[in-house]
Design a binder for this molecule. Structure first.
Ligand SMILES: [Zn+2]
Ligand SMILES: [Zn+2]
Length: 269
């Protein structure tokens, strides 16, 4: 039986003879449904017409994205670590070539995802690597359309995946929007992987915060301040955004702080 993918957000649904009646992730006010209505693609059709590409985003940081672009078009990040590689965020396509490429780089030990827009094919990815755990903040539970034992919900504001890897709930875009802090990145100066909780702007020197990017719904000052407060004690030189090459490579923490102050000043005006 086919497993259908929502063509707008790329979420993969459990096996069903016919497409699901709707995609609740896209019906949410943060996302959108096509003018012509919901549309679906069989996951095997995606594999037949698309492939994944691997690009080095930084030392020990590999971007994995789908070509031609599909759905939201994000790329996942493979963080290469001797203790076990971690996939940050996810994409809709996982095929044999992708698995082989990742195995050649040391395999996969865990997956962690920022928020529902990047759940994509998380269960298929886990199963492709022997059922590795997928870490999600517990407030994302109502948005999971494919419940599975591989999904590990964590609670509270921080969760340590390893001494060098910490999941941080920053909220904002979603109540449980999560960023991943990797202390060992950037030669020990640290990096944030923020999904779209903190979005790298076009000039790669500014960061943006929205409740909904596609529907232009801003966040309140209190929630943007909370994003800063959640990461203010962490050292980080870099921020890796969710598209290829959208990254802040120097002085990222100061640039984030400046962007927060600018946002708050604009709201106060
Ligand atoms: Zn959708
Ligand atoms: Zn999002």
């Amino acid at each position: 039986m086919p497993e259908f993918l929502c063509v707008v957000c790329g979420t993969r649904y459990p096996e069903s003879a016919s497409p699901p009646p709707a995609c609740p992730i896209c019906q949410d006010e943060r996302q959108w449904v096509r003018w012509a209505g919901q549309a679906w693609l069989d996951a095997s059709e995606l594999a037949a017409t698309h492939h994944n590409v691997f690009r080095e985003e930084d030392k020990n940081v590999c971007g994995i994205g789908t070509e031609p672009a599909f759905a939201i078009g994000q790329r996942a990040l493979l963080l290469l670590r001797p203790e076990g590689n971690v996939l940050w965020d996810c994409i809709s396509l996982v095929d044999a070539a992708t698995v082989a490429e990742i195995q050649a780089r040391g395999g996969l030990a865990a997956i962690a995802i920022s928020h529902p827009h990047f759940f994509s094919a998380m269960v298929a990815w886990s199963e492709a690597f022997g059922g590795v755990p997928v870490y999600l903040h517990e407030t994302h539970r109502p948005h999971v359309v494919s419940p599975h034992p591989c999904i590990r919900f964590w609670s509270g504001d921080r969760h340590s995946l390893a001494p060098d890897l910490t999941l941080v709930r920053v909220g904002g875009h979603y109540e449980g929007s999560t960023v991943l802090h990797w202390s060992r990145a950037a030669a020990g100066h640290g990096a944030l992987c923020p999904g779209d909780s903190i979005r790298v702007a076009q000039d790669r020197d500014q960061l943006a915060f929205m409740y909904s990017y596609v529907n232009f719904i801003p966040l309140s000052a209190r929630r943007v301040q909370a994003i800063w407060d959640a990461v203010a004690d962490l050292p980080f030189e870099r921020i890796y955004g969710y598209w290829f090459d959208f990254k802040v490579m120097t002085d990222a923490k100061a640039k984030l702080h400046r962007s927060v102050r600018r946002y708050l000043a604009a709201l106060a005006d």
